[in-house]
Design a protein. Structure first.
Ligand code: HPA
Length: 278
């Protein structure tokens, strides 16, 4: 499944027909983090099924709608629930919403996800500011920028040296300090899932320099950066990766959703604080 420029424009037309504001910031809400959309004022919601070309979320804990409105005086378009590669969607489909944001004129994207903690210092309930990523799915041939390149959107070989915007990260640290919200920072390793990692894989990811691991985000970030959008991203550490054989505990999706909900108020404060300072 691939898209043409017309497909993005059709989705943009439908969205524009329902809203009267120009959104400037995109927000992507990950597993268990959908509650963040409740903070949006004067919200208009558009179910994905109303938008031509928009893939539907099939995963529990993901709503399937855009919520457009105001947050801290900024106009935001929030993707409440995303789609993943493991759902069987193509890379073009999992990044469709980001391209639609680009064609809507959005210049900054804030992404959130649920992730497993790999750094031995991390605990379930922590928030990690992503400062870099390792695109493990991309390295084995699943990069959303593969195929025909539309040069009017971005270059064939986009640089990824400065992927997670320095100024936005600095602002986030200021906000965290101001509200005394503990904030971890590190490298997100993107895998396809849906199976969680084996203990040997957890040890491998740690050895390769990953601080957190998850099944989303990197694809969306690549498409956003390709188009020159600024990116800020957070992982909610919903569990810690189990690195030893024969451990009784197991990672499960219910735990991911439950801890995600506990993190929402702190993550909302951080994002509100950043928006205020933009
Ligand atoms: N691994 C991969 N993805 C995840 C995890 C995990 O442990 N927790 C939440 N998303």
């Amino acid at each position: 499944m691939n898209y043409t420029r017309q497909d993005y424009e059709d989705a943009v037309s439908l969205i524009r027909s329902r809203i009267s504001i120009q959104p400037t910031i995109g927000l992507v809400l990950g597993s268990g983090l959908g509650g963040l959309a409740n903070a949006i004022d004067h919200a208009v919601s558009i179910p994905y099924e109303d938008i031509p070309g928009f893939p539907q979320s099939t995963v529990q804990g993901h709503h399937g709608r855009l919520v457009i409105g105001e947050l801290e005086g900024k106009t935001v378009l929030c993707q409440q629930g995303r789609t993943h590669f493991y759902e069987g969607y193509s890379m073009a489909q999992v990044t469709f919403a980001i391209r639609v944001m680009y064609f809507l004129g959005i210049e900054t994207v804030i992404l959130t996800n649920a992730a497993g903690g790999i750094n031995a210092e991390f605990r379930a309930g922590d928030i990690m500011l992503i400062n870099d990523h390792i695109n493990l799915i991309g390295m084995v041939g699943n990069n959303p920028l593969m195929g025909w390149n539309d040069d009017s959107i971005g270059p064939r070989f986009p640089s990824m040296t400065q992927t997670y915007d320095r100024r936005l990260r600095d602002l986030t640290h200021q906000v965290a300090q101001h509200y005394q919200i503990p904030l971890q920072e590190g490298v997100y390793m993107g895998l396809s899932g849906p199976s969680f990692e084996t203990p040997a894989e957890v040890r491998m990811i740690r050895m390769l320099g990953g601080d957190a691991v998850g099944m989303s985000t990197v694809n969306e970030v690549l498409v956003a950066r390709h188009a020159g959008m600024r990116v800020l991203a957070f992982s909610s550490i919903t569990n810690v990766g189990i690195d030893q054989l024969d451990t009784e505990t197991e990672t499960n999706h219910e735990e991911v959703l439950e801890v995600g909900r506990v993190i929402v108020p702190r993550l909302t404060m951080l994002i509100r604080g950043v928006l205020q300072r933009l």
